[in-house]
Design a protein around this ligand. Structure first.
Ligand code: GLY
Length: 366
């Protein structure tokens, strides 16, 4: 029997994961002018449903926790398919507070998580330094969250590219999508039994029903590396509140560290700003003073696909057009669960209520 045909629009972590998993039962084509070069390449790679948790976003925490549970098997399967490791690190996370107000905020986060049955351990300043000697700045204690992990996002994208090496790629931008059809920028139409729209922040430009649902949320990150003779980066992910501003340092196996991230509503602008770099470095140096001695390797900006409730949008948008986008700050974390939902929906199942596209029907109709 001939396999049914599927076009996946978007070569970020979500699109590539769908290509990889779906190619077992579909004849898949990927459409992206530069797969792997968007927000997935800029990410810190935190797998952090607990430390990203926010009041009112309990369904997102549940979805993220389910995806985190799926991550080890996803990473193992991917490593087998790709022949290279997926880049998972399971050293956990600490969150530290720079001042008393930040400490009070962390205490509120701990109480909120406790109320949801997700306990985190409070740390005194001395305990923070014992766990992570690189955190040598004056801190007002923190929280230990041992099950929030991280993945090297670029290693992950390399592994995904290798795992889909047999999937044909159309290296052209899509201009619009509809059920079973992708119109390419510059002309030409591709047809398939089904289309999956996984174009991240650009998804809102490709289908009218998403134009008021998915928006770009800019984030800048810096890539740093410890120079010989300097104190190396922390072993765990270190998140911090510094005078109310959130910052994170995500270590890599090669002595590198990703410092992130700013967050602005700036349309599709991906230029790195002086103010963004200044604030990130100032906040990081306050927590890990040795950062000032590190090599500054890269500054980049990406566009998170934000939605009104910060939850992804996964399900049929119309007959023959499935959407998997709107992952905002959590695309890498949510890749395994998104791929599972897409597989189920393609097989005739229903997506969970928390991610269904029709929850935005009011916004769409306006
Ligand atoms: N997940 C972290 C960020 O979006 O900056």
């Amino acid at each position: 029997m001939t396999a049914r045909t599927l076009i996946v629009v978007g070569g970020g972590v979500v699109g590539l994961s769908i290509c990889w998993r779906a190619s077992a039962s579909w004849q898949v084509t990927l459409v992206d002018p530069a797969a792997g070069s968007g927000a997935s390449a800029v990410a810190g790679g935190m797998l952090a449903p607990v430390t990203e948790a926010w009041h009112g976003e309990e369904p997102l925490l549940e979805l993220g926790a389910a995806s985190l549970d799926a991550w080890p098997a996803y990473a193992d399967d991917l490593a087998s398919a790709a022949g290279v490791p997926a880049g998972l690190r399971t050293d956990g996370t600490i969150v530290v507070a720079a001042d008393g107000t930040d400490r009070a905020e962390l205490d509120r986060l701990a109480a909120f998580l406790d109320g949801l049955g997700r306990q985190v351990r409070s740390l005194r300043p001395r305990e923070v330094r014992e766990l992570e000697p690189a955190v040598a700045g004056p801190v007002r204690g923190g929280l230990s969250v041992p099950h929030d992990h991280a993945v090297d996002n670029r290693q992950l994208m390399t592994a995904l590219s290798l795992a889909i090496r047999d999937v044909p790629v159309v290296r052209t931008a899509a201009a619009s999508v509809r059920g079973g059809e992708v119109t390419l920028a510059g002309g030409g139409v591709l047809r398939a039994d089904a289309v999956v729209l996984a174009a991240g922040a650009y998804s809102g430009r490709l289908h009218e029903r998403l134009s008021r649902v998915v928006r770009p949320v800019k984030g800048e990150i810096l890539r740093l590396r410890a120079r010989p003779g300097t104190v190396g980066p922390p072993r765990r992910t270190v998140r911090a509140l510094v005078a109310g501003r959130a910052m994170y340092l995500v270590p890599r196996d090669d002595g590198g560290v990703v410092l992130g991230a700013t967050q602005y509503e700036a349309g599709f602008d991906t230029r790195v700003t002086v103010g963004g770099v200044r604030d990130l470095l100032a906040d990081a140096e306050r927590i890990v003073p040795e950062i000032g001695e590190y090599e500054l390797v890269e500054c980049s900006a990406g566009l998170r696909p934000g939605t009104p409730d910060n939850r992804p949008v996964i399900g049929w948008l119309e007959d023959g057009l499935l959407v998997a986008t709107g992952h905002h700050r959590n695309g890498i974390l949510l890749a395994p669960v998104t791929t599972d939902i897409v597989r189920d929906v393609l097989a005739g199942g229903e997506p969970p209520a928390a991610v269904r596209p029709d929850r935005f029907s009011v916004e769409v109709a306006r």
